[in-house]
Design a protein around this ligand. Structure first.
Ligand SMILES: CC(C)(COP(=O)(O)OP(=O)(O)OC[C@H]1O[C@@H](n2cnc3c(N)ncnc32)[C@H](O)[C@@H]1OP(=O)(O)O)[C@@H](O)C(=O)NCCC(=O)NCCS
Length: 159
């Protein structure tokens, strides 16, 4: 249990390097490194995306990135440093990103994860995401993925 509450705020350009290394080591391991510091810098500047970080005493402990479209949003990346896991930091980041989606009138939030990523699967399940489909060879054409979705609006009964 963390002694202090993490602070959640927008990522700064100076966070790009650390975010990209966390992505390489904790998300993209075994795959080609896509989310380089240059790409993360572009994402932080991109107004259709929110890149946020959780900090503790000024240190970055985790981050999340979501892209917002007209009526749906997609979680692009999420990672928490190993030593801070199971303290609901990812949950807080997700709820922050989801709140923006909900406020913007987005109905569905999608997440993709590696089929073998049990921890992330459990996290998304705990937040109300449901499995939509398998994504064959989604990761680097070598590993299957899973697509999950959380719907904020119940199906409208047209009868
Ligand atoms: C997956 C990840 C983001 C979870 O971050 P976290 O801050 O530890 O998650 P939380 O503390 O908010 O977890 C909330 C709940 O999700 C579930 N959960 C999270 N991680 C889990 C794990 N490794 N095993 C089982 N359940 C897990 C639990 O129900 C947990 O509640 P509990 O701790 O009270 O049991 C983190 O483990 C991580 O960075 N992993 C590597 C990168 C990654 O997989 N990113 C996501 C896919 S892109």
């Amino acid at each position: 249990m963390l002694e202090q509450k993490v602070q959640i705020e927008f990522a700064r350009l100076s966070d790009a390097d650390e975010i990209s290394r966390l992505s390489r080591d904790e998300v993209e391991y075994g795959l080609r490194w896509n989310y380089t510091a240059a790409r993360i810098t572009g994402i932080i500047r991109n107004k259709s995306k929110n890149a946020i970080v959780a900090r503790l005493d000024g240190d970055l402990v985790g981050f999340g990135i979501m892209t917002y479209h007209q009526d749906q949003a997609n979680l692009d990346l999420l990672a928490i440093k190993k030593e801070y896991r199971r303290n609901k930091v990812a949950t807080e980041l997700m709820l922050w990103l989801e709140k923006v989606a909900l406020t913007a009138g987005v109905y569905n939030v999608f997440v993709q994860l590696r089929k073998t990523n049990r921890g992330a699967f459990k996290l998304y399940q705990s937040l109300g995401y449901q499995t939509l489909e398998k994504l064959p060879k989604y990761y680097g054409r070598i590993e299957d993925g899973i697509l999950m979705v959380k719907s904020f609006r119940p199906m409208i009964n047209t009868e």
